[in-house]
Design a protein around this ligand. Structure first.
Ligand code: THU
Length: 140
């Protein structure tokens, strides 16, 4: 799947965001190594700390269906009424979840379909704590 298609899937996933408290809506599209797509959106709660980020919803869907190998994720985030989006970088918790299942070269696409910035997991989470893979950080 091309980067643009992945980003468009993230933008569509954002439409389902449940964000009545922050009014910041996020969509994520996670591409597995076999080409299957898993999407997620943020799901907030009146008890704020129970909020689920879009990225972790996508990972949860994938892993719960038996998928554990991924190549890329696209993330689109912005205020309720936004029509263009600045970069919505994944929070630290989401980066740590990525480190659980993804290698250092896992691609993280930020922006929107009109402008895509590409990073690797190693760039966004250097020296991570994880199972031994190729991350170059501390491992169990
Ligand atoms: N959010 C995400 O969905 N992903 C991130 O990586 C950062 C933040 C959501 C959580 C919350 O619903 C809203 O954005 C504002 O923090």
């Amino acid at each position: 799947m091309r980067d643009l298609e992945l980003m468009e899937a993230a933008l569509r996933a954002r439409e389902a965001a449940y964000a009545p408290y922050s009014r910041f809506r996020v969509g994520a599209a996670l591409l597995s190594s076999d080409g299957t797509l898993y999407t997620g959106c943020n799901v907030e709660n009146a008890s704020y700390s129970l909020t689920n980020c879009a990225e972790r919803v996508a990972f949860g869907k994938a892993v719960s269906e038996g998928m554990r190998s991924f190549s890329a994720i696209a993330i689109v985030g912005g205020c309720d009424d936004a029509s263009d989006f600045s970069l919505c970088a994944p929070c630290g918790a989401c980066r740590q979840v990525m480190a659980e299942f993804c290698n250092a070269d896992f691609r993280i696409l930020l922006g929107d379909p009109s402008h895509i910035s590409v990073y690797t997991l190693a760039e966004l989470l250097p020296f991570s704590f994880s199972l031994e893979k190729d991350q170059g950080g501390t491992s169990l």
